[in-house]
Design a protein. Structure first.
Length: 212
């Protein structure tokens, strides 16, 4: 009898474990919903770009659950063109784009970068999706040859601004807040001098919310 009880308890735990694995807690509706429902939910905001994008916990930063993050480390503007194939399935209303620093580090031509951005913007607009661009973030002084790279970043940003004006696309300029004449300010930088820390992402989220 004792062993039968143990077997019943074990089977119950297995059943409950499988059942719970099919559900996840949704803080916005304050209830558990199926994982398939959660995954299929509309993603109105989509992020594309490099590690600056991928390292951001945008659901928490923007306090909304309709966000998808498709950024990844090392991504260039050319990689973003390949990422466009996932966009229709996510059905976003807006796509926020941050790329360019890896193009510069790889010595890619500025003209190629701008052409990729133009193609990306046109493809999104053709599908009635609003693109929102970001200036390339400067590097902190003393990191990654910042003295040579930051002037290139500023030059590319000027060209990016011009391109976006011609296409009627908004550009978020974080450098006016988190960078100075020498580069990324330490207050907003991780130790590597390239990526943003928690405070940097907090400022970034505020600027995004102003645009949304």
């Amino acid at each position: 009898m004792k062993y039968a009880i143990y077997i019943i308890i074990a089977l119950s735990l297995v059943f409950l474990g499988r059942r719970s694995a099919q559900y996840t807690y949704d803080k916005y509706s304050n209830k558990f919903i199926s994982v398939s429902t959660y995954k299929a939910r509309q993603r109105n905001i989509l992020f594309l770009g490099d590690s600056h994008v991928s390292l951001g916990n945008w659901t928490c930063l923007l306090d909304r659950c309709d966000v998808a993050n498709q950024g990844y480390s090392g991504a260039t503007s050319k990689n973003m063109l390949s990422s466009l194939k996932i966009v229709p399935a996510l059905r976003p209303q807006k796509v926020l784009i941050m790329s360019g620093v890896n193009n510069i580090l790889l010595d890619s031509p500025k003209e190629s970068y701008l052409a990729d951005i133009a193609t990306t913007v046109d493809a999104l607009k053709d599908n009635d999706i609003e693109p929102i661009l970001h200036n390339i973030i400067c590097i902190r002084e003393g990191s990654w040859n910042a003295a040579a790279i930051n002037p290139v970043i500023r030059d590319w940003n000027k060209s990016l601004d011009s391109l976006c004006r011609s296409k009627g696309v908004p550009v978020i300029n974080l450098n006016r807040i988190i960078s100075d004449s020498t580069g990324l300010i330490a207050t907003y930088s991780r130790p590597d001098g390239v990526h943003l820390n928690e405070e940097g992402y907090r400022v970034w989220a505020i600027e995004i919310l102003k645009t949304l």
